[in-house]
Design a protein around this ligand. Structure first.
Ligand code: ZN
Length: 104
């Protein structure tokens, strides 16, 4: 779902190997932990989307926050903004709007 670049040499890893990715294809840097964190962030992001669709704003916001703490993606900030709006939590909506603007 999200790309992984090697933190040592910056090589973007092939999307076809992300599920089993364990080493950088260029420098052999260990990427297991980065892959696991990215997968966990993507899982929380998808759960947040599903909760948003069902109308559970607070649940969606919590999952978006978890995803954000694991990996900071622009779309996660946008999702958190929508979840906060759905929850009528305008203070958080303002916060996430500013975060989304800053990172995009
Ligand atoms: Zn590398």
């Amino acid at each position: 779902m999200w790309e992984i670049s090697c933190p040592a040499c910056r090589k973007l890893q092939s999307e076809t190997s992300l599920a089993t990715l364990s080493q950088c294809s260029r420098c052999q840097c260990e990427l297991d932990s980065l892959r696991d964190i990215t997968n966990a962030a993507a899982g929380a992001y998808v759960t947040s989307q599903q909760l948003l669709v069902t109308g559970d704003g607070p649940g969606a916001l919590e999952q978006a926050r978890i995803s954000w703490e694991l990996r900071r993606q622009p779309e996660t900030a946008q999702l958190a903004f929508l979840a906060a709006l759905l929850s009528a939590d305008y203070e958080n909506a303002d916060h996430w709007y500013k975060v989304a603007e800053k990172i995009s």
